[in-house]
Design a protein around this ligand. Sequence first.
Ligand code: FUL
Length: 515
Amino acid sequence: MAENISLYIATVPSERQKTYQEMGFNIFFHYGTNTFTGKEWGDGKASPAIFNPKNQNTDQWIETAKAAGAKGVILTCKHHDGFCLWPTETTEYSVKNSPYKNGKGDVVREVSDSCRKYGLKFGIYLSPWDRNSEYYGTPQYNDFYIRQLTELLTNYGEIFCVWLDGACGSYMDGKEKQVYDFERIYATVRKLQPNACISNCGPDIRWVGNEGGYARESEWNVVPDFQFDTQNIAAKSQQDEDGQKMQSLDCQAEDLGSRKVLEGHDHFIWYPSEVDVSIRPGWFYHKTQDHAIRSLKNLLHIYYTAVGGNSLLLLNVPPNKDGLLAKGDVKRMQEVGAALQNAFAKPVSVASVTADPAEDGFSPENCLEKDNTCYAPKAEAAQYNMELKFQAPAFMDKVVLKEQCDFSQRVEKFALYARLGDKEQKIYEGTVIGFKKIALFDAIKADGLRLKISECRSTPHLERLEVYEENGGVPKFSAFEQAVKRLNKNIRTFQTRIWEKQMKKKQEKQEQKAK
Ligand code: FUL
């Protein structure tokens, strides 16, 4: 095995990364003075008096996030304008000088309490770029930032994520870009919240590289360590307030982990990607965008390509001026939750599983258990096969695969085949699997499934192979409609055969003539 491949497969996730990756789907809340001014990037000059939500109800936010199927939420405790949603001791620019609850309010407290009430995890966004602070651009700013971070990490219970935004437009204020003391920021998080992941400009979770909801087809958890370079992340982040630009698909390099990219590298890190995207064109709520909420189809596509493509999804749903999620967003989020529940409501019951000879303790049955045991073949081979036999024929339309990432991410190419009686048909071809792969295909009746792994970095270690019935097991079409569909298909096949025969005859005639 090439030396860089053995170094590569020795690269595995930390416990905190595994916990975060297991969550899969989280919600972002962008909320603050911009909600009231209509801006995306506040300049830090809006009066705190503007922050005055009349009906704020964070239970409604969290109930909605839960209904969508999210496991955690992240709140913009301070965005670039510097306004703090908690009564910080570090600055006067906060809720304590707003009319909200006569200056006695604390939005961070309310959101974190609602999270605990509904069993969701709570995370913080604390913008490094601060357009209000008089210290910004001086070494004192780093002390100021650490004090804010410390307040948030000590007073609001367990924090699952600290999201460090790389965006900075300090040139707009005629200021030099602050040199952030990232080492101190990371050390503070590790000390005060050792289980929290540091995302984006941090060592635990990698920004996917765009804000348009686009995830790479082959997303690698293991990348050369130069990918973690905060300056690089900041340079590629949003540079101005142009809302269209921020939704563009101009992402960082498409290929971060193929063998070609790994060549010549001997330092790798586990650095899973996260897709951050807004349900609307803006990150903050603007009434004028009420008509521009992403469609259910689009959101499901993003979910399946992100969460189902070995990435994480952080979907922004911004509360409005009342302090509530708008009706249209709530409805859409409920639809997302219902669609996902339905999609995974009916796993196909498996009667037996077989595979190439397994390593001791790594039997193929392990893939059917909802634990972290896995299947691994005994020896390296050109390809690996695993076969499921179903208890009864079923209409399946998706397969969930998962590698046991304590053995790193190894699979590079795989295919799925549907079986019915003695017939077999290829239904899906894919590249990486990683932490989670959801393979979607047109529903097909099958009594078995074969997985073929044809390229892999050493032996595969497969933790999960689950098959799901179409539409939660409820037939999408009546028996009559199904019969019509079958008939149409047979007619098409029949027509094709006649056409093929005619073409063959024509060709034979031409050949005879030519002789
Ligand atoms: C960007 C910021 O400039 C946006 O306002 C938003 O917070 C987004 C998540 O990150 O880079």
